[in-house]
Design a protein. Structure first.
Length: 327
């Protein structure tokens, strides 16, 4: 929905009760109100609570394009940082922009990892067990888990064949089955990860993990975290202002970045993509180094905006040390 400029609007929307809170966390309370508050009313409250630019056209422009409910987590973070005593809507918007830039970057490199994961699993599974291996429950360790994954896979295939004629033709030719090279294109990363971790043939799983230079347990754990991060990014939910990741992965040997930190998602992707590097004139193929360069650029932008040290609890102060490992 889009918040209105004047007068009452939608019923039952949570509205601001101010950000100068007396509670221990310093977070602005969210007070349920049966009356929808307009953007101008919200800005008036923010002005009373000390947001210096709440009366400017720029502040109104921000709320016209991003709902207060979506901004609220960023307001809470700003309110909890003692380094920023003079708060502004502009600061809130800059935190939101930083988060979105970091998420867009992550989505790009998650896509690169996901493509390799699919390619390796496809190649080994098809060579060992044929084009319809996904439909053979005997190739998987735990029947209950396979049944759950297969139901998800079937739903994903149904969505694809409903809009893609070549996939529909292949599905019909296979008598209700898709060959694995097409089926994997329908799968979400979560479904692919679940099928991989449940695959019984060790020669298949060993070939996949060898391409990432890790163990099956590590790849399963890391992919679970990456999937959770991907789902956050897909909906632009807050990520880099979080205190911790939604799923804490296994540690990477030789890297001491806190595993709870959202920065660890970048370190994790760099670790998975580094084996894809080779000496080439094309810098876009050096994935881990490109990831480090992109992350460093956005972190430096926020650091400059903050006037020095990054105050976010989600980003360790020695973040350069952790990213340097990727170079």
């Amino acid at each position: 929905y889009r918040q209105g400029d004047d007068g009452p609007g939608m019923i039952g929307i949570e509205s601001t009760g101010g950000t100068s809170s007396g509670d221990a966390s310093g977070n602005p309370p969210v007070v349920f109100s049966p009356r929808f508050k307009s953007n101008k009313e919200i800005l008036k409250t923010l002005a009373e609570d000390g947001f210096l630019d709440a009366g400017t056209p720029e502040a109104l422009y921000v709320l016209d394009h991003v709902s207060y409910q979506h901004l609220l987590p960023y307001i809470k973070v700003l309110d909890s940082l003692p380094a920023w005593e003079q708060r502004t809507v502009n600061m809130v918007h800059n935190l939101l922009t930083f988060d979105r830039r970091m998420q867009s970057m992550l989505m790009k490199y998650i896509g690169i990892f996901e493509a390799q994961f699919r390619a390796q699993y496809l190649r080994t599974m098809a060579l060992e067990h044929g084009p319809y291996a996904i439909y053979d429950g005997s190739l998987f360790l735990r029947p209950d888990n396979y049944g759950k994954s297969f139901r998800s896979y079937s739903e994903e295939v149904d969505k694809r064949i409903s809009r893609d004629k070549p996939f529909r033709a292949a599905f019909d030719a296979g008598r209700g089955r898709l060959p694995i090279w097409m089926g994997l294109e329908c799968m979400t990363l979560g479904t692919l990860s679940a099928l991989f971790s449940n695959t019984a043939d060790k020669s298949v799983t060993d070939a996949v993990v060898e391409s990432f230079r890790c163990t099956k347990a590590e790849l399963t754990s890391w992919t679970k975290t990456i999937t959770a991060v991907r789902n956050i990014c897909a909906h632009f939910e807050p990520l880099f202002i979080r205190a911790q990741l939604p799923s804490q992965p296994k540690g990477i040997i030789g890297n001491t970045c806190p595993r709870r930190s959202p920065l660890y998602a970048i370190v994790l992707l760099g670790r998975l993509l580094e084996d894809m590097e080779f000496e080439s004139y094309d810098g876009n193929l050096i994935y881990a180094r490109r990831l480090e360069m992109d992350a460093r650029e956005y972190l430096l932008m926020l650091e400059n905006f903050c006037g020095g040290v990054l105050p976010l609890p989600s980003v360790p102060q020695n973040w350069r040390t952790y990213l340097h490992v990727l170079s």
